[in-house]
Design a protein. Sequence first.
Length: 216
Amino acid sequence: MIRVALPFGSRTPEGKRTPYRQALDRAGIQSVENVTTLAGLDGLLLAGGSDIDPARYGAPRHPETGEPDPDRDSLETVLLREALERDLPVLAICRGHQLLNVVLGGTLAQHIVGHLHPKQPDVHPITIASPSRLRSILGVDEFVVNSRHHQGVDRVASGLVVVARAPDNVVEALELPGKRFVLAVQWHPEDRTGGPDAKLFEAFRDAASAVKAISR
């Protein structure tokens, strides 16, 4: 069985955790929570959640920025650095997408409008770069996503490549070339795994499976 880390902050309610667990389970992946290391695991999924402390990218806190969760920021930063050092697959979603950018030296726009639609399954299209890993996974140049975030990537960290944008130019997906599998998306594929979004988790599984095979 493929096993990946699925860290959450202590303030994350069960209802927010369940879709990630279910999406991984559908793809044949066992999620492991409450971890402090990736030892013995095959990958890392960084989930959505609270706003990242702007002090981590050298910015004052915007009035619209939510109360940070410093323990979660610290833990996920450690796990992400470990995953990158060991070249373990990383799938980063929403907050995770933003955290990847921050950890590698980028910054965030702390408040944007037009992207916070928590109850709508289809909000806006994204344009996907070709060639890109995301393009090869989804098999399309344009894709309609859900959207429930009020922050986004501002300055893109060195080494990361923007592979999808919304019509208003908001960054919707990032990749880190040279690594086995590092893909970050701003939308919430865990909420739509009955459709094409399932391919993201299947690709993550396949990358993690390759790691497991090598380590045997």
